[in-house]
Design a protein around this ligand. Structure first.
Ligand code: ARG
Length: 460
């Protein structure tokens, strides 16, 4: 039964139903839709549109439908209704007849869907926050398990300077903290209630919009009815936050795929998050990480898709906007799965600290230390940089590390170099020299790690 049959003399074509119906996907908002309807019935009662008895009957049926929605027992599959709003209204009419027909007084599916989807996004923001906190927890736990470990730090994927493994973990913690704050911001902006805006121009019934907003947990009603029914910024903000966070997950995945490679060999991934090859018996592939990286495509696509859909839409509601849902629902699912799998990967990884140390020592990653040492001997940094470069060339020719060159060789390049250079060239020396806020020294990293562990409790 369509909600708008009176104006029509013939029914919809089956192809039109395929393009028009949203019940196959907007059924995920069943519980939010019903909750909104309960609050609307109370508002209509206070406004004198529904009697106490009518409202009580509506609320009883709606509450039972809500329970069925939450138990997953509503039968959407055999329904021919257009969307979740008509599905619920049809169920009410089936059980209550004319009383069911009164609920939509003063309301439009336009303010209804805008309200339902805000409620749905808001609920998912809460659960996604917990997922992100889970990743932060796993990163901090990996950092705590390997506080002494030193890995090569890279720029241009060339070994650059050694860093603590915990410093690498804490870099990702910063990214996920920003994702959390983006979600919190998005929630603040979405938390206005469209209900009472009608189709586009507001409603003639004297419902108390402040009370409706409050009952639905919003901070205030939306202030303009045209904007209220046509705004989908809250979906875009969710999709942008998801895209940014998926980009962070993808970079984390890429780092770990490389660290796990035979060439790097810094870490091993757990059996529970890897798969084998059907042909090559020796293979253990980082599929979970590759999918964290790969799923960025569809998530970024959903953001782009909705931006393009919204661009150029005239005020107020247009059916184009129904296209906001499938991409957002998929994004929330994929982001949730990827955050959970990232935690599992981090919790199950085995770091090969000896191999990390060996790699951090190789590749002339202490050449900056030599340049800084020369600065300490009164040489300008640019000159010291040049001298250190010449030392690297010399060591490359001899096929050894800088610290393995005899003093005479070093002095033949620069006579300011003395015996005290050798401790400076040791791995820990350079790392621990970076004892500045945000740097990679043991002291700074340990302090940062404990601060983050302490802050973790306040995040949830
Ligand atoms: N299924 C629609 C959507 O998701 C609900 C709103 C329909 N409104 C309308 N005027 N046809 O956007």
């Amino acid at each position: 039964m369509a909600l708008w049959g009176g104006r029509f003399t013939s029914g919809s074509s089956s192809m039109f139903k395929q393009v028009n119906d949203s019940l196959p996907f907007d059924q995920v908002m069943a519980s939010q839709d019903i909750h909104g309807s309960i609050i609307w019935s109370r508002a209509l009662n206070k406004a004198g549109v529904l009697t106490d008895d009518e409202q009580a009957q509506l609320e009883a049926v709606l509450s039972s439908l809500k329970q069925q929605a939450e138990e997953g027992t509503l039968d959407f599959a055999s329904s021919a209704e257009e969307d979740i709003h008509s599905f619920v209204e049809a169920a009410l009419i089936e059980q209550l007849g004319d009383i069911g027909r009164k609920l939509h007084t003063g309301r439009s599916r336009n303010d209804q869907v805008a309200t339902d989807f805000r409620l749905w996004v808001r609920e998912h923001i809460e659960s996604l926050r917990e997922d992100i906190i889970g990743v932060i927890r796993s990163l901090l736990s990996a950092a705590s398990r390997h506080q002494e470990a030193i890995i090569p730090g890279y720029t241009h994927l060339q070994r650059a300077q050694p860093i603590h493994f915990a410093h690498w973990c804490l870099a990702y913690v910063e990214m996920f903290k920003r994702d959390l704050s983006r979600l919190d911001d998005a929630k603040k902006r979405l938390n206005q209630c469209p209900l009472g805006s009608g189709a586009l121009a507001g409603t003639t019934y004297p419902v108390d919009r402040d009370a409706i907003a409050e009952a639905l947990g919003f901070t205030s009603p939306c202030l303009n009815s045209l904007d209220a029914v046509s705004d989908r910024d809250f979906v875009l903000e969710l999709l942008f936050t998801a895209s940014t966070s998926m980009m962070h997950l993808s970079r984390l995945a890429e780092d770990m795929i490389f660290y796990n490679s035979g060439e790097a060999g810094f870490l091993q991934l757990g059996d529970s998050v890897t798969s084998g090859s059907s042909l090559m018996p020796q293979k253990k592939n980082p599929d979970a990480l590759e999918l964290m990286r790969g799923k960025c495509g569809r998530v970024f696509g959903s953001l782009q898709g909705l931006l393009v859909t919204m661009k150029g839409l005239p005020l107020a509601y247009n059916k184009d906007m129904q296209e906001d849902k499938e991409g957002a629902i998929d994004t929330v699912n994929q982001w949730h799965i990827c955050l959970c799998i990232a935690s599992e990967v981090l919790d199950s990884l085995q770091l090969n600290e000896a191999r990390c140390r060996e790699a951090a020592t190789q590749g002339y990653a202490n050449a900056t230390e030599l340049a800084d040492y020369l600065v300490g001997k009164g040489i300008p940094f640019r000159t010291g940089h040049d001298i250190s470069g010449q030392v690297v060339v010399h060591a490359l020719e001899k096929g050894c590390a800088i610290e393995d060159l005899p003093l005479e060789d070093l002095q033949s390049i620069c006579d300011k170099i003395e015996d005290d250079v050798y401790p400076v060239l040791q791995l820990e020396f350079g790392v621990n020299q970076r004892n500045i806020l945000g740097g990679t020294s043991k002291e700074t990293v340990t302090k940062a790690l404990y601060q983050e562990l302490e802050a973790l409790d306040k995040l949830s």
